[in-house]
Design a binder for this molecule. Structure first.
Ligand SMILES: Nc1ncnc2c1ncn2[C@@H]1O[C@H](COP(=O)(O)OP(=O)(O)OP(=O)(O)O)[C@@H](O)[C@H]1O
Ligand SMILES: [Mg+2]
Length: 163
């Protein structure tokens, strides 16, 4: 049951995908879940039970067929800076530099290039890799994947704080 303190409120969500074969596939059926601020929730289940679909709906990447999902009381209608997926893979853009990857979040929030660059350098502590600020992320990733991911995450969080 949704309470006033809900950070995320998922109410009777269902999702049916239309497949390329012209059939319908029920991925989620009547799911309700309430997440309070600061609460840590794990969604467990066998492959194909709809975990990713649920997260995509909360992320705003997929629309539910029925039911409603809210963040801080607002109905989710699309992606927003108040929600950030962290992928199992590192999900870096290989065609962008390290700095370009770190700046991606702030730039998507409309922060001007120079400001995003300055803030990304400062907040993501890119001075630690200042020998290769324009380096190929694949090269740096091989050296220190978790560090780069943290930098990207920091930049996105920074963008979120500003919005
Ligand atoms: N775009 C889509 N079109 C058709 N069916 C889909 C689509 N996306 C997911 N499905 C189906 O919906 C069901 C739920 O998929 P989902 O990816 O949410 O499961 P999951 O619990 O995350 O699985 P896993 O543990 O393997 O990641 C699966 O049967 C999947 O094949
Ligand atoms: Mg999944």
């Amino acid at each position: 049951m949704e309470s006033a303190s809900s950070m995320i409120a998922i109410e009777r969500l269902s999702k049916t995908f239309e497949t390329s074969r012209g059939t319908s596939h029920l991925a989620l059926s009547d799911v309700s879940l309430d997440v309070a601020q600061g609460e840590f929730v794990s969604v467990l289940g066998p492959s194909g039970c709809g975990k990713s679909t649920l997260l995509y709906i909360v992320g705003g990447f997929v629309n539910p067929t029925a039911g409603v999902a809210r963040v801080k009381g607002r109905v989710i209608t699309g992606p927003g800076p108040d929600r950030g997926p962290v992928f199992q893979e590192f999900a870096l853009f290989p065609w962008k530099s390290v700095l370009g990857n770190v700046m991606y979040g702030p730039r998507q929030q409309g922060v001007k290039h120079a400001e995003a660059e300055a803030q990304a350098c400062a907040l993501a502590m890119i001075n630690q890799c200042s020998d290769k600020p324009g380096g190929d992320p694949a090269v740096v990733e091989a050296r220190s994947t978790s560090r780069i991911r943290k930098k990207v995450h920091s930049a996105v969080r920074w963008a979120n704080v500003r919005s």
